[in-house]
Design a protein around this ligand. Structure first.
Ligand SMILES: NC(=O)c1ccc[n+]([C@@H]2O[C@H](COP(=O)([O-])OP(=O)(O)OC[C@H]3O[C@@H](n4cnc5c(N)ncnc54)[C@H](O)[C@@H]3O)[C@@H](O)[C@H]2O)c1
Ligand SMILES: O=C(O)C(=O)C[C@]1(C(=O)O)C=C[C@@H](O)C=C1
Length: 361
C-alpha cells in the first residue's frame, strides 16, 4: 500500500501541525483540507496544503483521512465517511476522547480501516496560526485499534515524521486516564484562576501571583469551544475524577482544621515520591530521553558556541528547554539526547570546554 494523498478535516492547532510536518517530510504528498475558507486560504498561501475542500465528502478522494475537528464534529464526519471507504483507504481521528469513536466504528460497516489516535501534545492556543511542525516531537501518541494489522504499522510508520511516539491502549482505559491526567487538570486550573481573581481593598489578588501559580494555570487560557466537546464526551470519567479530588481536598482541609500536620507531611512526602517517579526526562513518559542541564551566560553567541561544539562532535540535541532566565546574568537550559551515552559524552565535552553543566541521571 502507499499513501500519496491525505485529506485533513480541521486545520487548526493539531490538524495544521500534522499538515506542516507531513509537508516537510513528503514534499510530493497531495494534502487537501476541509475547514472554514479563511483558514484554508491562509494554509494554501503558506503552501501547507495543495487543495481546499468545500464539501467534506471530497475528503474521500484521499488515501488517508485525518479528522482533527472538535470531538463531535469529527465524530459526525466519521459516521458519514467511514462506511464509504474502499479497501486500502484509512481514516484516523486525533481527538482527545476515544471511546465514542471506537463505539461508532464497531456499529458501522466499512471496507476501509479506522485507527484512533491521540497525540498528548498541545498548547493553550487554538487555530492554524499556532500550528507548528515540531509540536509533536517526542510526545506520546495513544493508538486505539481493535484490528491492529500491517496497515496500522504502515500508517504509524508514515506518521513517524511528526516525532510522535506511539503506544497502544484500549479506548475506554484511554478515556479514564485522560480524565485524570488532562481533563481534571484543565478544570482545576480554571477553578483555581477564578478562585484567585478577587479584589479586596482595591488589591486584585491575581496580580501578585508568582511562578508557582503561573506553572499551575497556563492551560486556564484554553479555548472552551474545544473543551466543551471533550468534557461532554468524557463526562462520566471526569465527574468521577472530580469527586475523588474533592475528597482529597476535603481531607486536607479537615486535617488542617484539626492541626494534623502529620497528615499534611504524609501527603507532601507521597506527592514528592509520586512526582519524582515520573521519568521527567522523557516527554510523555514512554521512551526515555536523557538530559543534562547547562548554564549559559547572557552573552551574544554563547548558545551558538554550545550548539556548534555539540554538532562538531556529532551530538544531536533531541529537545531543548529553557528552565530559568535572569536578565544580564544567564539562563539554565535542559538539553535532551536520545541515549545515555550521548548525554554523558555531551556532559564531558561541555565540561572540558568550561561550560557549567550537570548530568541529570
Ligand atoms: N489542543 C490540544 O491540546 C489537543 C491535543 C490533542 C488532540 N486534540 C484534539 O484535536 C482536535 C482539534 O483540536 P485543535 O486543538 O486543533 O483545535 P483548533 O480549534 O485549533 O482546530 C479546530 C479546527 O477545526 C475547524 N472547525 C471547527 N468547526 C468547524 C466546522 N463546523 N466546519 C469546518 N471547520 C471547523 C476550526 O476552524 C479549526 O481550524 C480536537 O478533537 C481535540 O480534542 C487537541
Ligand atoms: O499543553 C497543553 O496546553 C494541553 O492542554 C495539552 C493536552 C494535555 O492535557 O496535555 C490537552 C488536551 C489534549 O487532548 C492533549 C494534550
Amino acid at each position: 500500500m502507499k499513501i500519496s494523498s491525505v485529506g485533513i478535516a480541521g486545520l487548526g492547532l493539531i490538524g495544521g501541525s500534522i499538515a506542516k510536518s507531513l509537508r516537510l517530510e513528503y514534499p510530493e504528498l497531495k494534502i487537501s483540507a476541509f475547514d472554514f475558507p479563511s483558514v484554508l486560504e491562509k494554509a494554501k498561501k503558506e503552501k501547507v496544503i495543495d487543495k481546499s475542500v468545500d464539501d467534506h465528502l471530497e475528503l474521500l478522494d484521499n488515501d488517508l483521512i485525518i479528522l482533527s475537528l472538535p470531538v463531535f464534529k469529527s465524530l459526525s464526519l466519521f459516521e458519514e465517511l467511514y462506511p464509504k471507504l474502499s479497501v486500502h483507504q484509512i481514516i484516523v481521528d486525533v481527538c482527545s476522547v476515544k471511546s465514542v469513536f471506537t463505539e461508532a466504528s464497531e456499529k458501522l460497516k466499512s471496507k476501509g480501516k479506522y485507527i484512533g489516535l491521540h497525540p498528548m501534545a498541545g498548547k493553550e492556543k487554538s487555530g492554524f496560526e499556532f500550528s507548528d511542525s515540531l509540536l509533536f516531537e517526542n510526545a506520546v501518541c495513544f493508538v486505539c485499534d481493535n484490528y491492529n494489522n500491517e496497515i496500522t504499522d504502515y500508517v504509524l510508520n508514515f506518521l513517524k515524521c511528526t516525532g510522535l511516539r506511539f503506544t497502544f491502549i484500549d479506548a475506554f482505559l484511554h478515556d479514564k486516564i485522560t480524565a485524570e491526567v488532562s481533563h481534571l487538570p484543565q478544570l482545576i486550573s480554571v477553578a483555581l484562576v477564578n478562585e484567585v481573581a478577587k479584589v479586596e481593598n482595591n488589591f486584585n489578588f491575581i496580580n501578585f501571583a508568582g511562578s508557582g501559580f503561573r506553572d499551575m494555570t497556563r492551560i486556564a487560557s484554553s479555548d472552551f469551544r474545544l473543551w466543551e466537546e471533550i468534557i461532554k464526551a468524557n463526562k462520566d470519567n471526569i465527574i468521577n475524577s472530580l469527586e475523588n479530588i474533592i475528597e482529597q481536598i476535603k481531607s486536607i482541609s479537615e486535617n488542617l482544621s484539626n492541626d494534623n500536620f502529620d497528615y499534611l507531611k504524609e501527603q507532601f512526602e507521597l506527592a514528592n515520591k509520586n512526582r519524582n517517579e515520573i521519568p521527567f526526562n522523557n516527554k510523555g513518559f514512554i521512551q526515555p530521553l536523557f538530559d543534562i542541564t547547562v548554564f549559559l551566560e547572557d552573552k551574544a553567541g554563547t548558545l551558538n558556541r554550545l550548539t556548534s561544539l555539540l554538532a562538531e562532535n556529532n551530538l544531536n540535541i533531541k529537545d531543548i528547554e529553557l528552565l530559568k532566565i535572569r536578565e544580564g546574568s544567564g539562563g539554565n537550559f535542559r538539553l535532551y539526547f536520545d541515549s545515555a551515552s550521548a548525554a554523558q559524552k555531551a556532559y564531558q565535552l561541555l565540561k572540558e570546554n568550561n561550560f557549567v553543566t550537570n548530568l541529570t541521571n
